[in-house]
Design a protein around this ligand. Sequence first.
Ligand SMILES: Cc1cc2nc3c(=O)[nH]c(=O)nc-3n(C[C@H](O)[C@H](O)[C@H](O)COP(=O)(O)OP(=O)(O)OC[C@H]3O[C@@H](n4cnc5c(N)ncnc54)[C@H](O)[C@@H]3O)c2cc1C
Length: 326
Amino acid sequence: MRFIETWIPSTLVSIRDLAPGIREFLIKPDRFDVTGYPVGSHINVSVNVGGQPETRSYSLVGEASPDGFKIAVRRADDSRGGSRYMWSLQPGARLDITQPASLLAVDWSREKYCLIAGGIGITPILGAAQALARRGADVVLHYAVRSRGEAAYLDELAATLGDRLVVHAGDEGRRLDLDGLFASLPQGTLALFCGPMRMLDAARHAWIEAGHPLPDLRYETFGSSGTLPTETFRVRLRDSDVELEIPRERSMLDVLNATGHEVLFDCKRGECGLCAIDVVAVDGQIDHRDVFFSDHEKQSNHKICACVSRARGTITVDTLLRADAV
Ligand SMILES: Cc1cc2nc3c(=O)[nH]c(=O)nc-3n(C[C@H](O)[C@H](O)[C@H](O)COP(=O)(O)OP(=O)(O)OC[C@H]3O[C@@H](n4cnc5c(N)ncnc54)[C@H](O)[C@@H]3O)c2cc1C
């Protein structure tokens, strides 16, 4: 069960390859209202994965433009196929999208801003960099990439930020030292982060360690591939004979709902916590892939976000669905 999403029929206007494995898409809704959208906004796109409609979110790149919505998609080869579907589209293709929504609240009144992007996490950060530079704000962007050749939007960022763009390219041995960086920032700095989950975990720890208030680190992450490999695991339902197999390419949430064990959900990204269910026993290991629970809650293994988190072995859960309550 999910809250209703309003889909807007749209056309793919053009595509542009930005780097190996990163492609930009310009999408124009049939009825396009060019009012701006908050920095850090994303749209949902209806994709086709294995013949089934699925939703994937993509951050809007840069500030609003009358040409349409610009997104950039990294092709994830070891995946269920949402990004591969996007890459199969050619200009003129029809697709359904949602209105922009933002998860990254920016407070424009700070004296200093620190932007941090890891890889494809540059997409929501680019618009923030443009907006802050336009306002004359004191802003520096730290962009961590494997190599400059694999980095998207380097020219645009250099033009906008000049020497306030610091590229940390792994192949040049320039690792981003989050501890050192955050320790050097004055209190009151607002940090905006978008990057992989492990980098986010490191950023949160470094931010707290440096004595900054956690609400001053605003972040978005694109979903996690977890700390364990994505593999098949089993879910037992408490007080029943039901045992379900969760295959590699499906989530626990999808399997529970498809087999009539209804679990409420909304974001499907491990952010809102609506699909959190009770864990009764773990025979193996849980791989928490959400950003909803605290480190402490994750360690206690009392609950799991069924939409993104996975396991190794078998876990026993209680969905709290009771026959007499249906
Ligand atoms: C707010 C937001 C903004 C985003 N913006 C962007 C953006 O600007 N650009 C961009 O490229 N992406 C963005 N994403 C990510 C995007 O929505 C997709 O997740 C991405 O394109 C991968 O989709 P996929 O179906 O190809 O891969 P998925 O199947 O979702 O796999 C992604 C990763 O999870 C692992 N995985 C594989 N199978 C499973 C499984 N069954 N369950 C869980 N994990 C699995 C894979 O190993 C892979 O590393 C954003 C996500 C969010 C939430």
